[in-house]
Design a protein around this ligand. Structure first.
Ligand code: NAI
Ligand code: XMP
Ligand code: K
Length: 503
């Protein structure tokens, strides 16, 4: 006869995370549970904060090499959300929010060229980022009256490339409202047999231009969750602020621009500065969700919950570009931090964002099962087409720059203000500047990543985030720490060479 004692297998989370060790995702492994549903039955819909629902548990980090308008649009289109960084002026940050909100479909052209009728086009490279060039009186986007358009074919057919644009531009440009959804624009291009069509705001400003090639590209992306949109049909967009006096004005700008949620961005959120900022924001804008952080302990979390936060961001020193633990000797292994903070946050119904240290779908499964409601990512997204900045070549590889917001380079760009005027006039970096490999579009790799996450949830016998959290807390779900050798075994090993292609 088997007794309960004989069946003791693995550790419940409470025991594993109370032994005095700081564990991160790679240290721990879940024991598989029981499957009684197909992968597609797994639901990943979740909450970012008390009042913001998402169909996909992914958030892009408020970093200047990760989230500007293009990333925010694509994350929301996927069913997640982007948090626009604040390493800029309040008006620059607000216009990034407005730009994201003016789109209904993921950016087709990131860089739309404008010229004046008196200009000429000497090189075809202007058509690299857009199927056409728009013509306004002053040659800029700010002049909202569209005089004409020049497409690549017309320009290529010109005998005299020095000719003034006014002599050959096509007048009476057909446009569509920027409020049109992807299906409407695609349908219009197909029925009219047009190559491209500009999308224009109510004020006449060109917001985007969609070509029939963009339509094919976007149609080729796998399906994701329902897009994150507000009642007005606009994409949900978040924004970060700091805890300086000037951030109160910034907050007002961001709310005016339509920010749906605010993240108070700090490495150590349990401070008098942040608590005052939370109370101020909640008093001024009671309907606005405010996410506090970063925290890694139950005590820090409790303080911010008492101050009134609607969500918590967890992680200190776990980010790929972070040197905080090295420089300041504070932080926590991310698996332990997520588990501990989530345990206390769940009691108050406050969703947790597991921020930093995500480098594969397994890390996402671990973060979400340990109690987080979403994951926030920097490096995982920084090599995508939607991240700010251009690709460069490094040793034969296409890369994009990715830097810590506490790196000297980022600090001297804008977050400077937080260091100047402080007693600490000597800047100490807590992050590095680096590069990440080209990963293509988030519209492609996030859906595949979410499919992998669903497979992980199926192995755990969890058909939703809530079910995973319940299984973990009730002790049904068991974990173990992996030894160094077990971690090696868990990876690819013993091969002379191999190619790793995930999808
Ligand atoms: N998650 C992480 O592990 C880390 C993240 N970072 C990122 O780097 C950036 C900068 O982070 P932090 O240096 O923590 O920024 P921070 O603005 O929270 O703190 C910078 C310094 O300013 C002080 N300060 C803040 N508000 C103040 C006020 N009202 N009056 C007087 N002093 C005040 C703080 O105590 C601290 O000494 C953020 O984007 C953050 O997310 C940096 C380090 C670690
Ligand atoms: O110690 C730090 N110094 C920095 O300069 C820095 N910049 C960002 N962050 C944090 O790292 C998170 C992104 O981490 P990943 O690249 O691992 O996704 C982000 O979401 C932040 O929480 C920093 N941490
Ligand atoms: K680190």
């Amino acid at each position: 006869m088997t007794t309960a004692g004989d069946m003791e297998d693995g550790f419940p989370a409470t025991r594993l995370f109370n032994q005095g060790y700081s564990y991160t995702y790679d240290d721990v492994i879940f024991l598989p549970h029981y499957i009684d549903f197909p992968t597609d039955a797994v639901q990943l819909n979740t909450k970012l904060s008390r009042n913001i629902n998402l169909s996909v548990p992914c958030v892009s980090s408020p970093m200047d090499t990760v989230t500007e308008a293009s990333m925010a649009v694509s994350m929301a289109a996927l069913g997640g959300i982007g948090i626009i960084h604040s390493n800029n002026t309040a008006s620059e940050q607000s216009s990034l929010i407005r730009s994201a909100k003016s789109h209904r479909i993921p950016f087709a052209s990131s860089d739309i060229p404008f010229l004046s009728p008196d200009d000429s086009i000497s090189s075809g490279s202007i058509f690299d980022s857009s199927p056409c060039v728009f013509i306004t009186t002053n040659g800029s986007k700010s002049d909202k009256k569209l005089l004409g358009v020049v497409d690549k074919l017309t320009w290529e057919g010109l005998a005299d490339k020095e000719a003034r644009i006014s002599s050959y531009m096509q007048k009476n440009v057909v446009t569509l409202p920027n409020t049109y959804k992807f299906e409407d624009v695609a349908g219009y291009l197909a029925t009219k047999e047009m190559d491209f069509v500009p999308l224009v705001s109510g004020e006449g400003e060109v917001i985007d231009v969609v070509s029939k090639w963009d339509v094919e590209r976007i149609k080729g992306f796998p399906k994701s969750g329902l897009p994150s949109v507000g009642e007005n049909g606009e994409f949900l967009v978040g924004a970060s602020i700091g805890t300086r006096e000037s951030d109160k004005q910034r907050l007002e700008h961001l709310v005016k621009a339509g920010a749906n949620v605010i993240v108070i961005d700090s490495s150590q959120g349990n401070s008098i500065y942040q608590i005052e900022m939370i109370k101020y924001a909640k008093k001024m804008f009671p309907d606005l969700d405010v996410i506090g952080g970063n925290v890694v302990t139950m005590n820090q979390a409790q303080n911010l919950i008492q101050a009134g936060v609607d969500g918590l961001r967890v992680g200190m020193g776990s980010g790929s570009i972070c040197t905080t633990q090295e420089v300041c000797a504070v932080g926590r292994g991310q698996a332990t931090a997520v588990y501990k903070v989530s345990s206390v946050a769940a009691k108050s119904g406050i969703p947790v964002i597991a921020d930093g240290g995500i480098s594969n779908s397994g890390h996402i499964v671990k973060a979400l099962t340990l109690g987080a409601s979403t994951v926030m990512m920097g490096s995982f997204l920084a090599g995508s087409t939607e991240a700010p900045g251009a690709y460069t070549n490094q040793g034969g590889q296409r890369v994009k720059k990715y830097r810590g917001m506490g790196s000297l380079e980022a600090m001297t760009k804008g977050s400077d203000a937080r260091y100047l005027g402080d007693t600490a006039k000597m800047k100490i970096a807590q992050g590095v500047v680096g590069a990440v490999a080209d990963k293509g579009s988030v519209l492609k790799f996030i859906p595949y990543t979410m499919q992998a996450v669903k497979q992980g949830f199926q192995d755990l016998g969890a058909s939703s985030l809530q079910s995973a959290h319940d299984l973990l807390r009730s002790g049904v779900l068991r974990l173990e720490v992996r030894t160094g050798a077990a971690q090696v075994e868990g990876g690819v090993h013993g091969l002379v060479s191999y190619e790793k292609k995930s999808f």
